[in-house]
Write a protein that binds this ligand. Structure first.
Ligand code: ADP
Ligand code: MG
Length: 315
């Protein structure tokens, strides 16, 4: 449904986006997660036809956004980082304006009414936008994105600047919209993608550094890199033997938690799964393995390590 292929956006000798590719299937709710300046808005603006790419292509339902922006845009409802609201219009005037702009074909009154019910802005329908709270303005931004009932919604930092109660309301609204639309939302807040999204695309310094659901990201990044093993036997000998194994970076005693055993924290190279060779080595040496578990890395830890290690925006 959405395909981004090798998108690059350069400003002078700096890359805002540097070779990003991904595909999104119908019905997905995808979180575009990255710190400020990662290239989220740039990617979304390119995807929605609001900005041209230096190179690369984006397809919406097989339509090249550069070749046929009008057709592609009909399939997208876009809520930009700064919603394009006209302060001196009432909500009604504004939504009617958007309706005309999009050349919408649904019966006007019913269509706009339906959206206002869904978004819960009926009670401010005749108020001037400038007199609305930030939370209501954001809702009006959502409403304009929904005019024409596009199958895809692209939301750039939809909860920025809202208070905690409004944030929860907007997240619930996104989940609701996700039942009928394909949704891409960008955020720099990890909890937001955890609360709302099925899939997370992490970008940093203009590059895609991870793509998957929360478990996949945690596994891929943390894997079995850190294990705690409880082993019975002489601790000095055991430590020496573990440290000598291929792929082991460190092995340290955590202390005695159970009579006659020692807990060790074992750190391995990222690509190495040490569990089988460890089991065999200990069995051969006559040291019973009494317990083995992965040190769980939270998604927070994973995100921090992803954005610390990867990328490179400078040309
Ligand atoms: P995000 O939305 O993830 O915070 P942006 O896509 O807005 O990031 O920006 C990515 C990078 O590109 C940033 O370093 C930003 O300063 C730079 N950038 C964005 N727009 C422009 C522009 N018009 N001219 C120069 N640099 C830009
Ligand atoms: Mg942004």
């Amino acid at each position: 449904m959405i395909e981004v292929k090798n998108i690059v956006k350069a400003y002078g000798d700096k890359y805002a986006v540097n070779d990003i590719s991904f595909k999104i299937e119908p019905g997905e709710i995808v979180g575009f997660l990255g710190p400020n300046g990662a290239g989220k808005s740039t990617t979304m603006n390119i995807l929605t036809g609001y900005l041209s790419a230096t190179s690369g292509t984006a397809y919406i339902d097989g339509i090249d956004i550069l070749e046929d922006p009008t057709e592609a845009k009909k399939r997208i409802g876009f809520l930009p980082e700064q919603p394009p609201l006209y302060m001196d219009m009432t909500v009604k005037e504004y939504l009617e304006f958007v309706y005309d702009l999009k050349g919408c074909k649904f019966p006007r009154k019913e269509h706009l009414q339906e959206i206002c019910q869904l978004i819960k802005i009926e009670d401010v329908y005749n108020r001037m936008i400038k007199n609305l709270s930030k939370g209501y303005r954001q809702r009006v931004g959502f409403a304009q994105a929904l005019v024409g009932n596009p199958p895809i919604l692209i939301l750039d930092e939809p909860t920025v600047g809202l208070d905690p109660r409004q944030i929860i309301e907007i997240r619930n609204l996104i989940k609701k919209l996700g039942k009928k639309h394909t949704v891409i939302l960008s955020t720099h807040i990890l909890q937001e993608v955890q609360a709302v999204c099925d899939r997370i695309i992490v970008i940093n310094k203009g590059q895609l550094v991870a793509d998957g659901n929360a478990e996949q990201l945690t596994y891929k990044t943390a894997g079995n890199r850190r294990l705690v093993a409880r082993i019975a036997g002489g601790k000095t000998e055991i430590k020496k033997a573990i440290r000598a194994m291929d792929g082991v970076l460190a092995a340290d005693e955590l202390g005695q938690k159970e009579q006659g055993t020692t807990d060790f924290l074992i750190e391995c190279q990222p690509s190495v799964d040490i569990r089988k060779p460890l089991f065999r080595m200990l069995a051969e040496r006559g040291w019973p393995l009494m317990g083995l578990k992965s040190m769980d890395m939270s998604l927070e830890d994973v995100f921090v390590s992803l954005i610390a290690n990867e990328g490179g925006a400078e040309a």
